[in-house]
Design a protein around this ligand. Structure first.
Ligand SMILES: [Zn+2]
Length: 144
C-alpha cells in the first residue's frame, strides 16, 4: 500500500503485513505514524491488505451518488482515526469496482464488512456510527 509522508509528501510503499508496525519515511526518515485515515483501494491493494494484514479490516462499500454514504463517511473517518494502529479502514467505490462488492454480496450501500485474516467476521448494510464500527473491529480483533 502507498502511504504519503506528512512531512515531505514522499510516497512510501508499505507492505500490508506491516501496517500495524512503526515505519519511517524512506526520504526524510520521519515516522509515518499509524495509518489513521480511510484508504481508497483498487482491487490489487484490496487483495494485498486482505491477504497480508494482521489487523482487523473495515471495508466501507460506497458510491458518489449515495447520500447515506456521505452521511457515513465522517463516521468511517473517525473510526480510522480512533483505531489507528489497531485496524485498517478501506473504502471501495462500488461504481468503479463492482466486482469487489459482488464478492461480498453487497446490494444496498453503504455496506460495511469487517474481516480478520481475510475472513468475514461481520457485515451490515446502512449507516452506522463510529462507536459501532469500533466495536465491530474490537470484536474481530479478539482471538477466535
Ligand atoms: Zn518524509
Amino acid at each position: 500500500m502507498i502511504r504519503t509522508c506528512r512531512h515531505c509528501q514522499q510516497k512510501n510503499r508499505v507492505p500490508a503485513a506491516r501496517l500495524g508496525s512503526p515505519a519511517n519515511c524512506g526520504k526524510c526518515k520521519q515516522p509515518l505514524g499509524p495509518l489513521a485515515e480511510p484508504v481508497d483501494v483498487d482491487p490489487v491493494t484490496f487483495d494485498e491488505v486482505l491477504r497480508d494484514s494482521r489487523l482487523p479490516v473495515l471495508v466501507d462499500f460506497w458510491a458518489a451518488w449515495c447520500g447515506p454514504c456521505r452521511t457515513a463517511a465522517p463516521e468511517v473517518a473517525r473510526t480510522a482515526a480512533g483505531m489507528a494502529g489497531k485496524a485498517v479502514v478501506l473504502k471501495v467505490d462500488t461504481e468503479r469496482y463492482p466486482e469487489i462488492a459482488a464478492r461480498y454480496g453487497v446490494q444496498g450501500i453503504p455496506n460495511f464488512v469487517v474481516l480478520k485474516n481475510g475472513v468475514v467476521r461481520f457485515q451490515q448494510a446502512g449507516v452506522a456510527r463510529h462507536t459501532d464500527m469500533q466495536r465491530w473491529l474490537e470484536d474481530a480483533g479478539k482471538p477466535g
